[in-house]
Design a protein around this ligand. Structure first.
Ligand code: CA
Length: 227
């Protein structure tokens, strides 16, 4: 069950949101002041935090600032109408979204769903961001490639081409599908661009490290094979 923390000093609003969230199947805890909210948030274990800005004790912006020192937990700020500065500083501090009070509960629920989904998607992305194959390690978050630990400098297109081949290892990729994957459907230019970039990759990897990683399949395309 996903767990949400509500930090909101207007008890009526906090209770109403709590009821609605529980009805939607979320586990809910709430705090009515800044200090309690910060203490609960710092203890962690929440999938999302709804954070009011105007709070007794410590305000929401300060709470967010402290949470962000150690946590990426998704935070949706609750702001007063027209408090543009609050929205700006909240987003600057790393809030994921904000909603203006008074809000329709359906809108809040929708924003919670979107934020939770985005967050779980980016967690999955981070996991799959590092590819390994044939001594090569490709980290797409940090835009880094190494061969047996030795860094390889690649241009953006070379990187994307190698990434596509590694993601599809042991699958022969036609020139067309490489073109679409790396250069996009709207690419207008020489169709031999794939061969040109394969040659660049071979110079930087196969020739430099005296290995044979990218295989040509005559009449079809290219493949990186690994048993
Ligand atoms: Ca308030």
């Amino acid at each position: 069950m996903q767990k949400i923390l509500i930090v909101e000093d207007e008890e009526k609003i906090a209770r109403f949101v709590e009821l609605e969230l529980k009805h939607e199947g979320y586990d809910v805890e709430k705090a009515y002041d800044g200090r309690t909210g910060l203490a609960l948030a710092e203890n962690g274990g929440y999938d999302l935090i709804l954070l009011d800005i105007m709070l007794p004790g410590i305000n929401g912006i300060e709470i967010l600032r402290r949470i962000r020192r150690s946590s990426d937990v998704p935070v949706i700020m609750l702001t007063a109408r027209d408090a543009v500065m609050d929205k700006v500083s909240g987003l600057d501090m790393g809030a994921d979204d904000y909603i203006t009070k008074p809000f329709a509960i359906e809108e809040l629920l929708a924003r919670i769903r979107v934020t939770l989904r985005k967050n779980s998607a980016s967690a999955a992305d981070t996991k799959s961001a590092v590819l390994h194959c044939c001594g090569l390690t490709l980290d797409s978050n940090r835009f880094k490639v190494t061969y047996n630990g030795v860094p390889i400098e690649l241009t953006a297109k070379e990187f994307a081409l190698l990434q596509t081949l590694m993601q599809n290892k042991n699958i022969v990729m036609s020139r067309d599908s490489l073109l679409t994957n790396v250069w996009g459907y709207n690419y207008i230019g020489e169709t031999n661009v794939v061969d040109v970039y394969i040659r660049y990759l071979r110079q930087k990897i196969d020739e430099k490290f005296k290995t044979k990683i990218i295989t040509t399949v005559r009449g079809v395309g290219y493949v990186i094979k690994e048993d």
